[in-house]
Write a protein that binds this ligand. Sequence first.
Ligand SMILES: Nc1ncnc2c1ncn2[C@@H]1O[C@H](COP(=O)(O)OP(=O)(O)OP(=O)(O)O)[C@@H](O)[C@H]1O
Length: 263
Amino acid sequence: MSFVTVRDVFQEYDGRPIIERVNLDVAEGEFVSIVGASGCGKSTFLRLLLADETPTRGRITVDGGTPAREPGRERGVVFQKYSVFPHMTVRDNIVAAESFPKGFGWFRGAKLREARARADEVLERIGLAHVAKNYPSTLSGGMQQRLAIGQALHARPRILLLDEPFGALDPGTRLSMHEFLTQLRAETSMTVFMVTHDLGEGFKLGDRVLVFDKTRWDPDYPERYGATITYDFDARDHGIPYQHILDKIPSLAAAGEPAPAPD
Ligand SMILES: Nc1ncnc2c1ncn2[C@@H]1O[C@H](COP(=O)(O)OP(=O)(O)OP(=O)(O)O)[C@@H](O)[C@H]1O
């Protein structure tokens, strides 16, 4: 059964089509990787899923509801650049993730103590309990990104949107983040959408890999047409070897170096 349903979605900026006629059905708990050439509209599609923007045409619904007009707590997002608060300790970064969206400002007194206890549980889970009192600047890139994911998860979103979350990390840290994300997935029934430039990463982590590309191309007006989903690969059990896909869709090879094949 479809949990996230995308029907005939188009998005234009100043009359310029970016994505066109996107249709998609995603079941609850699925992990969907999104790949495609640079600038083809992957982040735009993620912003539409987040309800940060409303599509020019078409509708996106979650669990059969009405289309959302703004991001809510059921959708969490993590960007490539860690968006943690530098002036707050690691623990209070997690507290902030809970307190700010409620619109009551910062927790005080007993409420703050309870929120800090809940934050400690999250930090335990994401392996940052030992640095709870540190400031983010003292953490490695991977740890800061784990904190950003912890913040997003603390709101218990039903949908987690990841925009190149590991793009800025070195290969070793990337691998440990893959394990971390796989573990978190096993513990929750979250539906995940992840934009990546790394096809190997997309196939390793995803149940499905969607490819965004243009199906129509006007050499005189390269911006005349938008991109859509051109492939929807089953990536469970790593699907078909992704190297073959690179032969089929050379534009993906240009979009980023593939990671080593999943074992
Ligand atoms: N708010 C906006 N207003 C105008 N144009 C925009 C806006 N957001 C994105 N665009 C344009 O839409 C196109 C697609 O951008 P988008 O960031 O979605 O692509 P992408 O596939 O995520 O790219 P990359 O892989 O390089 O991150 C780009 O040409 C971009 O300049």
